[in-house]
Design a protein. Structure first.
Length: 147
């Protein structure tokens, strides 16, 4: 345990604290002393006990206001976290839906490509057949003209 000598309201006090906490204790006591002296200047000398009580009430009031704000921020953070999770879920759902659509489009594209190839083959076959028929017709016509 470490000992810290402080001055409060013109009096010396020796307080103990955990080793390494001396500076923190001094900072706290500076804040309390400042609040005490501000109240003493604002309200006059009501007596040390009453000023200490009012100082303690003000410190507790600040503590509860801060705690209330922290709790409010925790609730806001929780709400944001829930909204983030919901948004993340929607994003994944949207991604999955789009991946299915892409797969379907790829499948349709493949089928269309196959159909085009098949139609191309049929078209070439029809052209070859038409060419053969025209050639046959021309040959027959030429033979008939020659005879």
């Amino acid at each position: 345990m470490a000992n810290v000598s402080i001055k409060f309201n013109g009096k010396e006090f020796l307080l103990s604290c955990e080793d390494g906490q001396e500076e923190h204790l001094e900072e706290l006591l500076i804040q309390i002393n400042q609040k005490f002296n501000n109240l003493k200047n604002d309200l006059g000398n009501l007596g040390e006990n009453k000023l200490l009580l009012i100082t303690a009430v003000k410190v507790m009031d600040e503590y509860y206001e801060t705690k209330k704000k922290v709790d409010q921020k925790k609730d806001e953070l929780k709400n944001l976290t829930n909204k983030f999770k919901e948004l993340k879920s929607l994003i994944y759902e949207y991604r999955d839906k789009k991946e299915l659509e892409i797969d379907q489009l790829n499948e349709n594209h493949f089928k269309l490509k196959e159909e085009i190839e098949k139609n191309k083959e049929n078209y070439e076959k029809l052209i070859d057949e038409a060419t053969d028929e025209i050639s046959s017709f021309v040959e027959k016509a030429n033979l008939e003209n020659l005879s």
